[in-house]
Design a protein around this ligand. Structure first.
Ligand SMILES: CC(C)(COP(=O)(O)OP(=O)(O)OC[C@H]1O[C@@H](n2cnc3c(N)ncnc32)[C@H](O)[C@@H]1OP(=O)(O)O)[C@@H](O)C(=O)NCCC(=O)NCCS
Length: 243
């Protein structure tokens, strides 16, 4: 287990990148391009292409190869990873915001959530179906006007932890607890599923555009240094000069 870890975070505004997406397809693999074709909505297609291309660009820069030469392998539940290099990453997108996390030394999970108003169900009703007993209690104790922000803070923290382990929803969401207070630093409070993770995994809230919540989970026992970069264009990637 790594004690001191550095993580690079890249925050992308997908609205700014969307119209460049078609010209970025050249660096995607055949299977990524086939996947892009399967999206029903153009908006989802361009978001996927932009995220994959920038992810490839960031990894390529680190490995000193071309973005089209990055080869992804996939875990049992779909988590992408690099088979031949010690470089860890994870990606998340929600609405117009995306986040890529990269580390040379520690496994990661990252999540971004667009804060939406409740529709048919109140957030507390959804929490009661999916969150742990401690999280439901903490959310119920908050005044209703704070519950959207708290719900999405909790969700982003939980999902980052899920994504760290790459297990998707095969890990029951009520088998671990994070803190719910959106204004307190993120914390993994308990995990019945894997008790040893307390002290071996750390959670952080990440900065976002207004209206989003984002969290990072890192497999680390000691301090984590987080370096934040915001990308609004692709100009910072020399590989994409030909676009
Ligand atoms: C992939 C998963 C982990 C998250 O999906 P999501 O929230 O829809 O999407 P995100 O944008 O955060 O993450 C998607 C990215 O994570 C990566 N990813 C895919 N499977 C993954 C996995 N099992 N573990 C970690 N990362 C994964 C991919 O890079 C993917 O990007 P892509 O779609 O461009 O290929 C999915 O298994 C899932 O459905 N999770 C649960 C959703 C939920 O209800 N959460 C409630 C939390 S309280």
């Amino acid at each position: 287990m790594i004690s001191s870890v550095s993580v690079d975070i890249w925050r992308l505004s997908l609205a700014d990148l969307a119209d460049r997406a078609p010209a970025l397809r050249w660096c995607l693999s055949d299977s990524e391009n086939e996947r892009a074709e399967r999206f029903v909505f153009e908006r989802d297609r361009t978001r996927f292409i932009a995220c994959r291309a920038i992810l490839r660009g960031i990894i390529a820069q680190n490995l000193n190869i071309g973005p089209a030469d990055v080869v992804f392998a996939y875990g049992e539940k779909g988590k992408p990873f690099l088979e031949d290099h010690s470089l860890f990453f994870n990606l998340s997108h929600s609405h117009n915001e995306a986040c890529i996390a990269l580390s040379a030394s520690a496994t990661l999970g990252v999540d971004v959530e667009h804060i939406r108003p409740p529709t048919r169900n109140r957030w507390i009703d959804l929490a009661q179906r999916f969150f742990s007993v401690a999280e439901i209690q903490a959310l119920s104790d908050l005044p209703e006007r704070l519950q959207s922000k708290a719900f999405f803070a909790c969700w982003a923290r939980k999902e980052a932890y899920l994504k760290l382990h790459g297990l998707g929803l095969s890990l029951p969401l009520d088998q671990f607890s994070v803190n719910v207070d959106p204004d307190a630093p993120a914390k993994l409070c308990s995990t019945e599923w894997r008790p040893e993770d307390i002290g071996q995994s750390v959670l952080y809230d990440l900065p976002t555009s207004p209206g989003y919540r984002s969290a990072l989970a890192v497999a680390a026992t000691g301090s984590v240094t987080i370096n934040n970069t915001v990308i609004s264009g692709i100009e910072s990637f020399p590989f994409f000069e030909k676009v």
